[in-house]
Design a protein around this ligand. Sequence first.
Ligand code: SF4
Length: 178
Amino acid sequence: MALKELFERDWQELESGGVLFSSLEKLVAWGRSNSLWPATFGLACCAIEMMGSTDGRNDLARFGSEVFRASPRQADVMIVAGRLSKKMAPVMRRVYDQMPDPKWVISMGACASSGGMFNNYAVVQNVDSVVPVDIFVPGCPPRPEALIYAVMQLQKKVRGEAFDNYGTQLPMVDAWTR
Ligand code: SF4
């Protein structure tokens, strides 16, 4: 993106929000994006790769997201790692509802995003029908690096720095409006 466009955006922001509030909003978003805490929630084999993302080799801690919380009330990211059975869907929704706003969801692996190889009556075919998904991670299973990349993309969305293929800025993710 050209430098001129960057400044133009800042200028428009300053005009609409004022110096204090536009800067404060950015500071809060920056803080949030660097302390995304996932809920401890694994469903199947993908969860092993999710655990692998916090080991010494991959070190998710570099991005401030290594603190997997045992209580949904202390988490702001749900990583749906693995296939979701229809029996488990209401439980997962309850965990999501117990997480405080703002909150985000990463759908990890082919099973969570599309049912994967389990095209049958017992498995939810897309977790987006149960909870609103922000990032989909492809693969069976996705490697820990893919999950770390997804966390980095989510950080960009939270900070309002994500762009589509045409270079248009995507809106900042705001879970209150969901
Ligand atoms: S995507 Fe593959 S690794 Fe992940 S839960 Fe499904 S079968 Fe297991």
